[in-house]
Write a new protein. Sequence first.
Length: 146
Amino acid sequence: MDGVRKLYVAVTDNSWFEFLAALRPDEVNFWQPGGTATFRALSPGELFLFKLHAPDNYIAGGGFFVKHSLVPLSLAWEAFGEKNGTSDFAALRQKILQYRGQDARFEPDPVIGVDIEQAVLSKIEVNEKKYPVELAKDNATKYNKR
């Protein structure tokens, strides 16, 4: 079927989303802390939605997927700065280490996955309404990285 577009629902860190929603950037880095897997679920231009962790369980925003890369954390900060969802490099590194666990403490500049989205952070929320999401394991792709 020509013209069929996909969308992807990614579970995200609530503080990442809230920080970026207040910033209202033109693009965001939806990073993957592991830095080993290549994201292949979407093609450029397809919809990438941000679902908040429980207990919120709603789609809070989204964007249009641009590209994925594996890069050192320092390069992700240099390229995106606050568009990584934190106010400074130290806070971003702390988030990465939090999700990677104990072994990451010894990596001075860990490699992370960088998923660039053209941001649409507030269009999904209309008049402060929240749209709950029930994701059945068999019916939806769920990208739970944060």
